[in-house]
Each structure stands twice: as C-alpha cells, then as structure tokens.
Design a protein around this ligand. Structure first.
Ligand code: FES
Ligand code: FES
Length: 155
C-alpha cells in the first residue's frame, strides 16, 4: 500500500507515492531519477548516499522516504547553477580529487555541510567531516586539498 508524500527536493515541491519501507535513497534514485546519490552499501557504512535533509547531512539509505514528508531535501544535483558547477565540484576536478567518482557526490555533500558550519576548517576538521565517506581510489589527500582550497579561497 502506497502513501503520498510531499517533499521539496532541490527547491522543487514533489508530490509522490511511496511504499512504507522505501528508503529516501531509493525514492531519489528510482522515482525522481536523481542518481547522484549512490548506493554503495545500503547500510549506513560508506557515505555514498549522503544528502541533506532539512539542511543536515544524512545517509539517505538509512532514512525512509516517508520521513522526508513535508521536509526539504538537497542532493548533489541541486548544487550547480545551470551549467556552472558549485565551487566544491570545480575544486574536485581541479585537484584531481576523484577517480571512479562513486564516492564524489556524497563526499562533496559532506564537505559542503562542513563549510556551511565552519568556513575555515583545519585539515583535521576536514578529515573528521569526511570520515564517514569511504573512497577506494584516491587516498583522500587530493580530496582534503580540494576542500581546503575552497575554504581558503573564501576566507
Ligand atoms: S549507501 Fe548509504 S551509507 Fe552506503
Ligand atoms: S573516487 Fe572512486 S571511490 Fe572515491
């Protein structure tokens, strides 16, 4: 039996029907075709599914879609303005902070949350902020450099 929910996703009000046990991640990817958030583990371990719910980072695989009813969700797709990438997205390219890219959307959402609450983080604070985001490719150094570069540019 499906239930109707209303969720504002990247500024757009969406009215959709979901099943009671459907995750927010599944809802975003399968129903809204927003495939930026990735399904790496589906059990809260990898951070590939990181999105904002009411401005706070969550693992979308651990949140039910019905829990987002009446709330605001922001995904990686909401970051760019038209064809202009968000500065974190651009920095990840400039600093070669991605290889396969599977972790990148979640990593950037965690980085954005950090810079929102702490525009001038230390290296340790950056590491802490992305501790829940696993990357199998880059060794993290370039990711940390990219995030610090954005922070320094804006400070
Ligand atoms: S897919 Fe959600 S934490 Fe891994
Ligand atoms: S770039 Fe491949 S998992 Fe991070």
């Amino acid at each position: 039996m499906k239930e109707k929910i209303k969720v504002t996703v990247n500024g757009e009000l969406r009215s959709e029907e979901v099943t009671p046990n459907q995750t927010l991640l599944n809802f975003l990817r399968e129903d809204l075709d927003l495939t930026g958030a990735k399904n790496g583990c589906n059990e809260g371990e990898c951070g590939a599914c990181t999105v904002f719910l009411e401005g706070k980072v969550v693992n979308a695989c651990l949140v039910l879609a019905i829990e987002a009813d009446g709330k605001e969700v922001e995904t990686i797709e909401g970051l760019a303005s038209g064809t202009e990438l968000h500065e974190l997205q651009q920095a990840f390219i400039d600093y070669a902070a991605l290889q396969c890219g599977y972790c990148t959307p979640g990593m950037i959402m965690s980085a954005k949350a950090l810079l929102n609450r702490n525009p001038n983080p230390t290296r340790e604070e950056v590491k802490e902020a992305i501790a829940g985001n696993l990357c199998r490719c880059t060794g993290y150094e370039k990711i940390i450099e990219a995030i610090i570069a954005v922070a320094e540019k804006n400070s």
